[in-house]
Write a protein that binds this ligand. Sequence first.
Ligand code: 5RP
Length: 222
Amino acid sequence: MNQDELKQAVARAALDHILPHLESDMILGIGTGSTANCFIDALAEVKYRFDGAVASSEASAERLKSHGIPVYDLNTVSELRFYIDGADEANEHLHLIKGGGAALTREKIVAAVAKEFICIADESKLVDVLGAFPLPVEVIPMARSHVGRELVKLGGDPVYREGVVTDNGNIILDVWNMNILNPVEMEQAINQITGVVTNGLFAMRPANALLLGTVGGVKTLT
Ligand code: 5RP
């Protein structure tokens, strides 16, 4: 199985996971990226069994709409039973690094509202220690240099992601060489830097389940 097939397998496993719970008035939280896209495409097959979705990016919103799935503004929604999204790295505690697709802030907001965050990924994303993948940090543009200097003090090597503007009009710094032994503390420390909108560590609100696509089948970590 290649990586695309693993992503499709894990997307289908996530669909199987939520299918028994779908209700006609239910709204789902939907993430961003190639694995989330596989899930959106699978979800389209059962679009008459739920009401609609809240998307974590404009790109996912467009993909949902292209399948005829209604997309809601999160402010009009009081409850999300599930949030389904990918990750760039995950550890066995279901702490994640996200934001490779620059959607981390909206992803974190939707995850915060959802009752159950189901993370879907191929097995290459599972690591012992987070941080080999550069940690994305969304930053208010005028604070770029200040935030960069503060991230160096925390031990990282921030790199400006050229040419990328987030859906919120901000920039991304990708922080290399972070050996993240305490993800909760690191998430909090980076959020304390003035000018940071959010960072791609999902440790204070980890996933509830991690569905991992492996050559031997889909494994579930909880
Ligand atoms: C986007 C994300 C994605 O979930 C993450 O980048 C994984 O993407 P993919 O499924 O394409 O590997 O956090 O901001």
